[in-house]
Design a protein around this ligand. Structure first.
Ligand code: HEM
Length: 385
């Protein structure tokens, strides 16, 4: 377990050749998206990452801002005043639809359950507290059988989507063009679509859920966000060009990702013997770098347990890797720019239209699955602005 920011930087950046993705990550994706960027290392990872990377450049991502806002308005418009909603469920539907509308160029509405079944089974499978996790994957535990079925359905859905789609300039098209050039196999196209669907919606959905939880506990912060959006919004809707102007919303998102990092730990494996912080790590050593711990370390954060977006306005000399919600180095989250834009634009848009009165009074408890899940449902009552 590495919790010194300098050493985290050393593992992820300076000595990246010696640390590859860890056993836990390889085993997690095994049988689900074996041919995806998430599950590979070495030359194959480089080829897959290089194929995807251009679609994630900021110029390409920023233009999705209007679609993100539009989809969010459409989503909250379906809620009636005084409705009681399950916040995480709603945020998952929203982020899935946004992902479909933008990066993947498909209308997911009506098919969300296919992705959610796979995502739910996958989440359960990654719960480190589950006894069955210690068993090999060929043992037909109920969770394993559930995941096998759900992944078969998801593969069939994605094959259908690939067959039906018309060419565009989204990441789905980028992958298919790479296939036509002979750079990617069809299995690689399919598994990378699966990876983007799974990695790309639940992380953002939990972040939005925790943001709403905190806004509900701090009405004055919620008010200040509503005021900000009111000043920034033109023609009734936000766009990617508004990202810089939404400073308060950006700080709320930053603070949410600090206190509730959707990915709570990054895993690497030393491929040769290496010295780290004065310790000799033999080849094969698993290294865990937990955002959960470092983001709450009082050496770097004043009152670390307090939700305080204004801390991001103050100068600080904390080390760069005291905060790494999207990891770092060449393998950092490829969807980072997309996620930041989506979280800011969607939250600002939601705050402009509704208030959610989150009815959780107990402190939150968490399930440390592949993403940081709330242990109990987070319900809320809708108030329309
Ligand atoms: C709040 C939202 C998100 C958070 C906190 C997050 C966090 C992370 C983290 C910590 C990693 C691990 C990097 C490593 O091993 O060093 C990662 C990888 C990845 N993320 Fe995200 N992510 C988010 C949203 C997204 C979105 C929206 C997408 C796609 C649209 C995405 C796609 C990926 C992919 C494909 C990888 C694997 C990259 C590789 O191995 O080269 N993520 N993410």
């Amino acid at each position: 377990m590495v919790t010194e920011p300098e050493l985290i930087e050393y593992v992820l950046m300076q000595n990246k050749e010696v640390f590859t993705i860890g056993r836990q990550q390889r085993e997690t994706f095994n049988g689900i998206e074996d041919q995806a960027v998430t599950a590979n290392s070495g030359d194959r990872w480089k080829r897959l990452r290089n194929g995807l990377q251009p679609a994630f450049a900021w110029e390409n991502i920023q233009r999705y801002g209007s679609q993100m806002a539009e989809r969010t308005v459409n989503h909250v418009d379906r809620w009636e005043a005084d409705d009681r909603i399950d916040v995480l469920h709603e945020m998952r539907l929203l982020t899935l639809r946004i992902l479909g509308d933008t990066l993947l160029g498909i209308d997911i509405e009506g098919d969300e359950e296919i992705v959610r079944n796979a995502a739910d089974a996958f989440l359960d499978q990654t719960d480190p507290r589950r006894f069955g996790r210690l068993l090999p994957k060929w043992v037909p535990t109920p969770t394993q059988r559930r995941i096998n079925h759900a992944v078969e359905d998801l593969d069939a859905y994605i094959a259908g989507v690939i067959a039906d789609r018309s060419p565009g300039d989204d990441v789905g098209s980028v992958l298919l063009e790479a296939h036509e050039r002979g750079d990617l196999t069809m299995a690689e196209v399919r598994d990378n679509m699966t990876a983007l669907l799974l990695a790309g919606h639940d992380t953002s959905a939990v972040a939005l859920t925790y943001a709403w939880y905190e806004l509900s506990r701090h009405p004055e912060i919620r008010e200040s966000l509503a005021e900000e959006t009111e000043n920034v919004i033109r023609n009734g809707s936000l766009s990617g060009d508004d990202f810089d102007a939404l400073e308060r919303t950006r700080n709320v998102i930053k603070e949410t990702l600090r206190l509730y990092p959707p990915t709570w730990g990054v895993n690497r494996e030393a491929i040769e013997t290496v010295t780290l912080g004065g310790y000799e790590l033999p080849a094969g050593t698993q290294v865990m770098m937990p955002q959960w711990v470092v983001h709450r370390d009082d050496r770097f954060w004043e009152q670390p347990e307090t939700f305080d977006p204004s801390r991001w306005k103050r100068e600080s000399n904390r080390p760069e890797y005291a905060y790494f919600p999207f990891s770092g180095g060449p393998r950092h989250c490829i969807g980072m720019r997309f996620a930041r834009l989506e979280l800011v634009v969607s939250l600002a848009t939601m705050v402009h239209h509704v208030d959610l009165d989150v009815s959780v009074t107990e402190p939150l408890t968490f399930a440390p699955k592949i993403s940081l899940q709330p242990e109990a449902d987070i319900g809320a009552i809708v108030h329309k602005s």
